[in-house]
Design a protein around this ligand. Structure first.
Ligand SMILES: [Zn+2]
Ligand SMILES: [Zn+2]
Length: 332
């Protein structure tokens, strides 16, 4: 089958002879319609993370159609349109036992420790292939995963009405999906980004640019840049909370006086917890309370995967790649 394989940093080859997936008894095989591309994928493309010998298939924000099922799975699911929750916790380690599978120590995580989804067919555990109503557009379907990341962060922030002045640092895909989510709840978040183009896009979605000297009760840090996290702490008022979503490589320094005297809380927000978060995310999109697909640019075709992956870092739009079904639009 066809697949786009990363063989070295910035080296992407579309092959025709990638092996078909092995469907385990509890798995389903999904014919992938499209997958979104995010910063995690680009860290491999750009050489910031190591690529296993034999090559890596990136892309971990997929949806598609079930074309085969394992012996333990209801055959009635064949033909079902599904969004794939691309992290499979073990269910047995200490965090899993405490009901926080997002922190699983033995998590199977496509792209990070197994092959991803820029391939025609992929086998996934049946419970992680979520039925996707036909009313959800392909664009929204391709952004279910980053929406789950954003909604996980909002859930962990607790009661937003207790922290009414809200800012988002980083107006990339996650920052703008978060913007969409908050605006639909009647909140106007202030957005901070080093790119004025990205800020303008968030403003067009209903956010506003942060004012100089303004302080906040709650800041979502989505950029992954240590200087942004450092600056965010200083923008918090008494009892403020920083929710860190972005995963950068660098440490950030916190002034202990600021931390203690303002009673600040800093929490890390790691993806989403199976199964409740994905169920909630799909319900939210189905009911029209989020349209994460607004952050996408035009789709690329699989045969253009190299161009898509090499240009994704410089694009203000989120990149996505169609593997089957639908006509990708032309790119300049
Ligand atoms: Zn991602
Ligand atoms: Zn576990």
């Amino acid at each position: 089958m066809r697949a786009a394989v990363l063989t070295a940093p910035r080296e992407v080859t579309v092959v025709n002879d990638w092996p078909e997936p092995q469907c385990g008894p509890g798995d389903v095989v999904v014919s992938i319609t499209a997958t979104g591309i995010c910063g995690t994928d680009l860290a491999y493309v750009q050489g910031q993370r190591d690529i296993a010998p034999g090559g890596l298939i990136v892309g971990h924000e997929p949806f598609g159609t079930i074309v085969a099922v394992g012996a333990e799975v209801d055959r009635g699911r064949i033909g079902q349109r599904v969004a794939i929750e691309p992290n499979y916790p073990c269910g047995a380690c200490q965090p899993c036992g405490r009901g926080v599978p997002s922190l699983c120590t033995k998590r199977r995580s496509p792209v990070v420790n197994e092959q991803g989804f820029l391939a025609e067919r992929v086998a996934v555990p049946a419970d992680f292939a979520w039925p996707l109503p036909e009313s959800i557009t392909d664009e929204d379907a391709a952004c279910i995963e980053p929406l789950a990341v954003a909604m996980g962060a909002v859930r962990r922030a607790g009661d937003l009405s207790q922290r009414p002045r809200i800012a988002i640092t980083g107006a990339g895909s996650i920052g703008r999906i978060l913007t969409d989510l908050l605006v639909r709840r009647g909140i106007v978040p202030a957005v901070i980004d080093i790119s004025s183009e990205r800020v303008e896009r968030a403003v067009a979605m209903g956010a506003r640019a942060a004012e100089p000297g303004e302080h906040f009760d709650l800041i979502f840090e989505s950029s992954g840049a240590a200087p942004a996290a450092e600056a965010a702490v200083e923008l918090l008022d008494a009892m403020g909370m920083l929710v860190v979503i972005g995963v950068g490589n660098d440490a950030f320094a916190v002034d202990m006086k600021t931390l203690v005297r303002r009673g600040i809380t800093i929490i890390g927000s790691m993806i989403y917890d199976h199964p409740h978060d994905y169920a909630e995310v799909i319900r939210t999109v189905e009911s029209g309370f989020a349209h994460p697909g607004v952050v996408l640019g035009p789709s690329y075709a699989l045969h253009d995967a190299a161009a898509a992956l090499l240009h994704a870092g410089a694009s203000a739009d989120k990149t996505w790649i169609r593997i089957s079904g639908g006509e990708p639009r032309e790119h300049d």
